[in-house]
Design a protein around this ligand. Structure first.
Ligand SMILES: [Zn+2]
Length: 332
């Protein structure tokens, strides 16, 4: 924990002081992956801050808790549709210099003040020499810091520490599963929240796009009260009295390739689903027996993959041993 915190702090110092070159279409106004992560973090900021406020594992001291609570209470009226914008220090020298340092973001001192993000610092070169976009948890740290300036005369360092706390908790609840580990252009990111009544954020990253399929995930999961097992593949079991879960966790994910050609790639990612199911009016249990597969197609466009929204399908299922083992006295 301590080392991750140190690493994150080092990262912010690096972000705050170094100029990182990011080329290509990554740095267009709001169009690149990091910009999209920042926008997503901005939209979800209340729920991410709440996660920290209600969790003992966030380890805020009372002063930090007080500041973060003020930010949380203020956010609904602080946020507005034109608040967040992207700009470049390199293109506008001096715009992001605060107290002699180039900063990753800038804002005013009142709720509702514009928040400007420095796109020069949104992409970092990794050890393979390729550029990595600022992640959602990193963006959350930046945004908590900036919003903090709206609620008092706090130092950058003080706000950095609070931002890092929220960010670390988020990071520890986040599962990121790339299709192949040495490339980040196709990956699945799931953010599970521990609270029993919560559902995960399920995000597909394809090329330069983030596809939020949390709604489709929620629509597909179910609690099955009674089941009549049909011991033959490929017939599904007969399910009776299915109910909508009260909460869910999606975990243990892995990719499978379905089909590929010169121009298309069909993939599937499967994980375990733990649904919170109501069994009696006052009793809820966590049912861990289901899995969920997400299937979709990507089309190749020059050197990037483009997600095909029509191809998406999700399915919850249970893999039962009696379906895998061929029983001796059953007809073929
Ligand atoms: Zn600051």
């Amino acid at each position: 924990m301590k080392t991750t915190l140190t690493k994150l702090l080092v990262l912010f110092v690096v972000l705050a002081t170094q100029s990182v070159f990011a080329g290509g279409d990554r740095v267009n106004n709001g169009g690149g992956l990091a910009e999209k992560n920042v926008i997503y973090a901005y939209e979800k900021l209340e729920s991410y801050i709440k996660l920290c406020l209600v969790s003992d594992t966030c380890k805020l001291n009372p002063a930090q808790q007080f500041i973060l609570q003020k930010i949380y209470n203020g956010l609904p009226s602080d946020k507005n549709s034109t608040q967040l914008s992207f700009s470049s220090e390199r293109a506008n020298p001096g715009r992001f210099i605060i107290d002699g340092n180039v900063r990753v973001a800038k804002t005013g001192s009142l709720p509702g003040s514009a928040i400007m993000i420095n796109v020069d610092l949104l992409y970092n070169k990794n050890q393979n020499g390729s550029y990595e976009a600022m992640s959602i948890p990193e963006a959350v740290a930046v945004l908590v810091h900036e919003f903090g300036h709206h609620y008092g005369n706090y130092s950058h360092e003080e706000l950095d520490l609070i931002g890092v706390r929220v960010s670390l908790l988020l990071q520890s609840n986040l599962i990121s599963t790339p299709l192949v580990p040495w490339r980040s252009d196709i990956s699945m990111t799931v953010l599970n929240q521990d609270a029993s009544g919560a559902f995960p954020d399920v995000l597909l990253y394809v090329g330069n796009d983030i596809i939020d399929i949390s709604r489709q995930y929620r629509a597909e999961i179910e609690c099955v009260a009674f089941k009549i097992p049909i011991p033959l593949l490929p017939l599904p079991d007969i399910k009776l009295n299915t109910k909508t879960p009260k909460g869910s966790i999606f975990h243990n994910l892995h990719w499978e390739k379905i089909k590929d050609s010169e121009t298309t790639l069909d993939v599937q990612i499967t994980g375990n689903v733990s649904n919170r199911c109501k069994v009696k009016s006052d009793t809820e249990i966590r049912n861990n027996s289901a899995q969920l597969s997400i299937k979709f197609r990507m089309n190749k466009s020059i050197d990037t993959w483009i997600y095909d929204p029509q191809s998406l399908s999700l399915r919850q299922f249970e893999e039962q041993w009696w379906k895998i083992i061929k029983l001796p006295n059953l007809p073929n």
